[in-house]
Design a protein around this ligand. Sequence first.
Ligand code: ATP
Ligand code: MG
Length: 242
Amino acid sequence: MIDARDVRKRFGALEVLKGVSLAVAPGERVALLGRSGSGKSTFLRCLNGLESIDGGALTVGGIDLAARSPDLKALRRKVGIVFQSYNLFPHLNVEQNVTLAQRKVLKRSAEEAARVAGEVLTEVGLADKLGAYPSELSGGQQQRVAIARSLALSPALMLFDEITSALDPELIGEVVGVLERLARNGDITMVLVTHQLGFARSISTRVVFMHQGLILEDGPTETVLNAPQTAEFKGFLSAVLT
Ligand SMILES: Nc1ncnc2c1ncn2[C@@H]1O[C@H](COP(=O)(O)OP(=O)(O)OP(=O)(O)O)[C@@H](O)[C@H]1O
Ligand SMILES: [Mg+2]
C-alpha cells in the first residue's frame, strides 16, 4: 500500500524528512510516534500528495508520487486523511458535508451519495444528526463526521493526524471507539499519528518511531513499545508516560 524509500523533504534550508523508508502492506495499521517537529505530519502530507517530495521514491496505492506529475486524482480516490481540526464546511449540514466529496471525487449521484452518507454516519453513531450543522455538534461529533466523510469514499488507506488532540478528554473515547470498530473490520490500511500510547496500542499492529526526520524504530506494536531500542525512543516514552 505504501512503499517509501529514502524519502526526502525540505522547506527552504530545513530538511524535515532525511531519508524515510517504510513499506506498509494492505491491512496493516501503523502508529507513527515522535516528538513535536520530528516530521510526522509532513510525512503524512507527502503520502496524501499534499506535499511533493524532494528525493527518494514513493508509491502509495500503486501511484508513483515521485513522478513529475503524479496522478493526484487517482490518489484521492484511494487515500483519505483526517486532521486534528475537523475542517468541516460550516455552512453545510452533516449530510451535505458527507455527500460533497462523493459527488465531486467519485461522481456519485445525489441518491447514491445520500445512501452512503446514511451508512457511514450510522457506522460512526451519528445517524440522527444528518440535518445538524457543525456548530451544533460537539468536537467529538464533528470529528466523527470528518471520519465518516473520509469513509464515504471507501479509501484503501486512511491517514489520521492527531485526530483526538483537540478534543476534551471525555470526548476522546467516542472517536477512539469509532477507530477501534474500523480496525476490527480489518480491511482498511491505516497510518495513525498520536501522542496517546493507549490509542496506539488499541488500534495499531505496528509502531514506527520517527526522530528528526528519520525512522529509528519499527516493529510489532507490543515489541516496540515494550522493548525500545534507542535512547531517543526510551526518552520519548518516558516523557509521554509522565
Ligand atoms: N509548510 C512548511 N513550511 C516550513 N516549515 C515547515 C512546514 N511544514 C512543516 N514545517 C517544519 O517541519 C518540521 C516538521 O514539522 P511536522 O509538522 O511534520 O512535525 P510533527 O512531527 O507533525 O510535529 P507535531 O507533533 O508538533 O505535530 C517542523 O520544524 C516544522 O516547523
Ligand atoms: Mg504534526
